[in-house]
Design a protein around this ligand. Sequence first.
Ligand SMILES: Nc1nc2c(ncn2[C@@H]2O[C@H](COP(=O)(O)OP(=O)(O)OP(=O)(O)O)[C@@H](O)[C@H]2O)c(=O)[nH]1
Ligand SMILES: [Mg+2]
Length: 511
Amino acid sequence: MAIFPITQLLKSLLPAPIQQNIDVATFFALLSYILFLINWLVTTDWIEKLHLFSGALCAVGVFYLHYSEVAFLAAYEAPFVVLWLTLLYYHVSTWRNNYARVKNELDSSTAVAASMRPFKGSIFRYFIVMPVTKNASNQWNPPPFKNTVHVILMAGYSFLLGLHVIPFFTPMHCLADSGDGMSILQHLSQMVMPSTSVQDPSFLCCRYNYAMTGFDLDLVQGNYCSGRVRVAFAGSWSTGKTYLIGGLLGHNYSTAQSAPAPTTDKFVCVTAGAPYHDPIRSDDYEQRRHCEIMEHVNDVVRASCDGKAMSNVLDVADENTEFGDFVFFDMPGWQSEYASDCTYRTYFQQLLDKVDFTYVVWDVSHGKIEEEFASFFRNKARGVHYELIYNRYTSGSADMSFLNQQYAKMSTGKEIMSEMYTTKVHENTTENLLIFEDDILRLRSKIKSVNQTVHDNRKKMMKENLIQHRDLISGLTSLRRLKILNRMVEEDLNLHVKPATYRMRWLGLEL
Ligand SMILES: Nc1nc2c(ncn2[C@@H]2O[C@H](COP(=O)(O)OP(=O)(O)OP(=O)(O)O)[C@@H](O)[C@H]2O)c(=O)[nH]1
Ligand SMILES: [Mg+2]
């Protein structure tokens, strides 16, 4: 795609008669190239042919194998490395021999040396070889620059070998901000006494983002693999979502309203553990970044809804410290009108896809669940991606079989109707007050334990994305990205294997 405008530009620069007969022009250009090549092959000696071959090989190694055929390169890495090393050795030794002769000659006072005198002490002495021809007055010609080809190819093969070595090192910036506040110096001290602690997820994320560079981040969710646990509260209108968030925080968040009519008309991001209790100020980037997912969702909405964005969004800070590792999303209650409204429908879908966990809140007496809303959950697993909360529950009055039947709309129908991933929150009435408080306490501890599930989920998501994109990696650093990707898939993101903590300890050496 990127090359296309360049070829267009070049074409437009050509004179009109050539533009009109581009096929004929291409034919003659190719023909003269072939004739030139044949002439070159016939007139040059074998050494020069070898140099051309070596140059072509080096270019193929860098621009073809490393750039776009990295899977093939990785499969046959050893023979390729041996080939690069052999050719590097050949060029280094030839260059050294040539230079040694030039140096000896420059130090002597022969007739050949006289022709080379201008190069004494100059940087060009590294690029010349001894002259072998004389001019008409029987003096030695100036020395030819034939050692240059070796200098170029030495640089080329060293670069190529560097591309094979660099995959063993973690990108520096991942060491610098591994999230735990460790500086490079602290990592150095870790070299001496490696810790056995579980790897910081943001270290994983940094490497994940590195491996996924260049892919559409909205699709691979690069930004969402780190940061706080994001929990959404969704459901039909007036089921008690805002009310429950208030129960969890111990108070209503700023701007929350609980009323019988649909009240939350906005998508509200509530970030706990903040130093104040208000909508987040526009210059408070520290709090703002916890809610950045809202903007990412809106980017997708803009792209899918003719540039229209969801304007009903709000970021709120809350002083509750108990949920300082969490961000809650209070969603507007789903109403059937939303199904035909692109911005609402897309925002719902995207936010539910991007958060780590969703609590679907049902008012047991309200009960019914809309078909469109249910469809957001069909590709998700209960207990893994979402759970149900039966709100305003009073024993005896709730028709569980009806509720389970409603729930069936959300699943593919294959699951067993289990109450395992269902939390009941009793109606907060005077006679139920103690039970209600107990329910809220249970819900609190349940949400806190979601943490582990979420980190496992994030690992699974990362692994899936990495595997899906493995064959699409391209670019000069693709071997490094591929190898980091493979290590993550085979080890770091494997839920059943202890993470390899010895890594990254030697200034980012990954072995
Ligand atoms: N008494 C009592 N009232 C509740 C309970 N749960 C929710 N309510 C009430 O139900 C009404 C709706 O609750 P909200 O929290 O606003 O519901 P919501 O799901 O946020 O509603 P929308 O944002 O409009 O979709 C409010 O008047 C709450 O006070 C409960 O357990 N006990
Ligand atoms: Mg609400």
